[in-house]
Ligand binder design. Structure first.
Ligand code: SF4
Length: 73
């Protein structure tokens, strides 16, 4: 992981974002704007969406900048 990488958690998952990899396609913001809003700081607010919706949106990131992992039970 680069020192620029960021992580965001909810109860179930952690989402990772690699700014150097992001191509700013906007897929995430279009897909789930309440959670992914590039104009806001922090730009990812996990509380604003369900884990299911966040996972689906992360999987549609074309560059691989977004990834996630489930927390261990
Ligand atoms: S979908 Fe991925 S590449 Fe596109 S803006 Fe979001 S994080 Fe960046």
């Amino acid at each position: 992981m680069s020192h620029l990488d960021k992580s965001y958690k909810n109860e179930e998952i952690t989402v990772f974002w690699k700014p150097e990899v992001c191509i700013h396609s906007g897929n995430c913001a279009r897909g789930l704007h309440a959670v992914f809003d590039p104009a806001r700081k922090p730009w990812i607010v996990m509380e604003n969406g369900t884990t299911e919706d966040i996972v689906r949106t992360v999987k549609h990131c074309p560059s691989g900048a977004l990834s996630f992992e489930y927390h261990e039970a």
